[in-house]
Design a protein around this ligand. Structure first.
Ligand SMILES: [Zn+2]
Length: 144
């Protein structure tokens, strides 16, 4: 992936879309862009933006779950078991290597968004019975 103005614009557009939707994370495939870029900001003040290009979880541990939702799946929420903390390596929008270590909400969001890059949605982590109980029909599940 080349680190050019186009990529920087993509990251800026993604952040704007995320903030406008009052989201705390967004992955490029969610806005129809097939690139491995995620943004996340779990701060109330919307001033702690993380932009990660080609993010990879390089270390993880523990287990935790929070109620998750997804901008791509309105009105569906469920607890998802994930690692309690992660270290994510990748690049920023300028191509500099960065590493983000996170626990709590940010760790959950990073895992959720990196999943999006591989076409995995949060309810893919749930038992089928739970998916049905949440009304996640096949039609909804095909929204990726
Ligand atoms: Zn999502």
């Amino acid at each position: 992936m080349s680190f050019n103005k186009e990529l920087q614009q993509l990251a800026a557009d993604m952040a704007e879309t995320m903030y406008a939707a009052k989201g705390i994370g967004l992955a490029a495939p969610q806005i129809g862009v097939d690139r491995r870029v995620i943004v996340a900001d779990v701060s109330d003040s919307q001033d702690s933006l993380h932009v990660l290009v080609n993010p990879v979880i390089v270390d993880r541990g523990g287990s935790a779950s929070i109620g998750e939702g997804c901008l791509s799946i309105p009105n569906a929420y469920a607890k998802v078991n994930r690692s309690a903390w992660v270290t994510v390596g990748g690049c920023d929008a300028n191509g500099s290597h960065i590493e983000v270590s996170a626990d709590g909400m940010l760790a959950m969001v990073l895992q959720h968004e990196i999943d999006h890059l591989d076409g995995i949605l949060f309810f893919d982590h749930l038992a089928e019975r739970t998916q049905r109980a949440l009304g996640l029909t096949d039609a909804v599940r095909q929204m990726r």
